[in-house]
Ligand binder design. Structure first.
Ligand SMILES: [Fe+2]
Length: 245
């Protein structure tokens, strides 16, 4: 099983605080049945360059040893106009595919503005944004029409395992999964206390509530993403790059 969204790399962001915690998180990912984890530390274009980010990411990889899990490089990139200064964004995409885990701004959110800019980002860089924890953006989450617009652009949608585990949020999330509005689920794990790896716990609930076929599809989608394969036929843009994985 693949966890597509994790903050296990130490010394990078508000995820694992040191190598010890990173190793505990990796052990717990294994316990949750994860054999491949995509490392997606936060990349804030306003505070560092892609070069600095990837160098730090490489150093962080070197601090941990993993013989029981495969780790793949990625990022959780915060949307910012400074992204446009780059000629390409390959290095922050998942395993050098065209898939970029993208965190949208939370304040002063206007869905039209974001949709326009996501479209611009896709057209300029030939990337496919994976909208990180889409449930956190009210203007998107509360409007099926806006989610459909994102999917229509060719974006991929991801929710966090917590949203399935939380009984208050579960119903909408399951409904959206059944409606084909959610492509991926990830743990977005940050530590071993408040935000531990919990993907398996969410899949147990999804299987019980709506059936194993939805689990299979979400898992299959994650597998396609890390290989750089298309997950929905309607993505017409010729922007898929092969994976290094
Ligand atoms: Fe995250």
């Amino acid at each position: 099983m693949i966890d597509i969204h994790t903050h296990i790399l130490p010394y990078m962001d508000d995820g694992a605080k040191d190598t010890g915690e990173a190793m505990k998180m990796i052990d717990f990912l294994r316990f949750q049945g994860i054999d491949i984890a995509v490392c997606t530390p936060h990349f804030d274009p306003s505070s560092s360059s892609i070069k600095e980010f990837t160098e730090n990411r490489e150093k962080a990889f070197q601090t941990i040893s993993t013989d029981n899990i495969t780790l793949i490089a990625g990022s959780e990139t915060g949307y910012h106009d400074l992204l446009y200064q780059y000629s390409d964004l390959n290095q922050i995409c998942i395993s050098n595919t065209s898939y970029l885990l993208l965190e949208l701004p939370y304040k002063n959110f206007r869905s039209e503005y974001l949709l326009e800019n996501i479209d611009k980002l896709m057209s300029l860089f030939y990337i496919i944004p994976i909208i990180a924890h889409i449930e956190r953006y009210n203007a998107l989450w509360k409007s099926k029409i806006n989610i459909k617009k994102l999917l229509g652009l060719g974006c991929i949608t991801q929710i966090n395992a917590d949203t399935i585990i939380d009984k208050k949020k579960r119903r909408t999330a399951l409904h959206y999964i059944k409606s084909g509005l959610i492509d991926l689920i990830g743990s977005d794990c940050h530590n071993m206390s408040r935000r531990p790896p919990n993907l398996k716990d969410a899949f147990v609930i999804i299987e019980k509530e709506i059936g194993s076929s939805y689990c299979d599809l979400l898992k299959k989608n994650a597998n396609s993403i890390i290989k750089g394969e298309m997950i929905r036929e309607e993505i017409a843009r010729p922007m898929l790059r092969g994976s290094e994985f």
